[in-house]
Design a protein around this ligand. Sequence first.
Ligand code: ZN
Length: 219
Amino acid sequence: MTRSLLDIPKFRDYLGKRILLSVATDEKRVALTFDDGPNPRHTPALLDMLGAKGIRATFFVVGRWARKFPHLLERTVREGHEVGNHSDIHVPLSLLPARLIRREINVTERVIVGATGVRPRFLRPPMGWFNDKVLSIAKKMGYRPVIGSIHPRDSNKPGAKFIVDYVLPRVEPGGIIILHDGGRRVVSDRSQTVRAVDRISDQLLQHGYRFETMSELVR
Ligand SMILES: [Zn+2]
């Protein structure tokens, strides 16, 4: 079983002092988040499912896909979900000079605003790579940088059952679940994730959890 660095308490404590991993609350509130989309196959499947259950989520989109499928962004926001910024071409921002970090954020923001009329408030750095430069630029541009607290590495396609079994025991009030509705290629298969989300959401709803967007969770 691949372990996420977020499973190592010392590392999580260190990271949590620098960037948002989860929200302190006693209430059973969690955020489902999806990265690397929008994707013409998996994003609509998730929107259909989440809509049928009355669940709202947050989609951290990349500019290169958002530009191609703006109607999916429009639908995502129209149906009550939130759209976050996940950079334009999905490279580690900490390796870029300041000018290109700003460009990655800016270009994606313009596509999101153009498609939805809403300015994104949250930035998730690709692959979780960040440094002080990335954080300070993001904050100056009005963003709250966020990673999350539960990372089942669903994009490695470990099986829907693995994703479910990984996520459920780690859910706590204020948790932020990191999943993927898109990928490097438009045909990246995220059907395991979609199936897992169906089960994860049913289980958590049964246990009295409420799903919130990132903005709702941090309010
Ligand atoms: Zn990503």
